[in-house]
Ligand binder design. Structure first.
Ligand SMILES: [Zn+2]
Length: 138
């Protein structure tokens, strides 16, 4: 764990605290509408399909595939210049295929990333209180 994490940290709120709390337990959970069964992410108050406010939290396996990716050579913030190139990916989940979640793949050179690459969630404790979801090849 780095002494001082230089990236943006989560700011859990009423709708996202369950998500961030589950990551601390190395669990991946998503809201699922109890009316139409649609998964939704990021956590939000109403279902984008049927507008119901009812939902439950469902634990998923953490298995997914690489849907899309980019390699960043020009970082947004100057303190990230030393980290380029890095990847930003979209992952679709085996258990919630309508979800596309943004993250990073670790443990593989960016040149090895391929669409449909099988991935699994990994949980990165970046501070004593914060765990960030990342992905690695499986
Ligand atoms: Zn719904």
């Amino acid at each position: 764990m780095p002494d001082k994490y230089k990236y943006l940290l989560p700011l859990p709120d009423f709708e996202t605290k369950e998500w961030w709390g589950a990551l601390r337990w190395y669990e991946l959970v998503f809201q699922r509408c109890t009316r139409c069964q649609t998964f939704r992410h990021p956590p939000q108050g109403t279902c984008p399909r049927c507008y119901s406010e009812d939902h439950e939290w469902i634990k998923v396996s953490g298995r997914g595939i690489l849907y899309s990716y980019i390699t960043v050579w020009q970082p947004v913030l100057p303190q990230w210049r030393g980290d380029v190139p890095y990847n930003i990916v979209q992952v679709t989940l085996e258990d919630a295929p309508n979800i596309k979640i943004i993250g990073n793949v670790i443990g593989v050179d960016n040149s090895r990333l391929t669409i449909n690459m099988p991935l699994v969630a990994v949980f990165d404790d970046v501070t004593q209180e914060d765990t960030i979801l990342r992905w690695q090849p499986r």
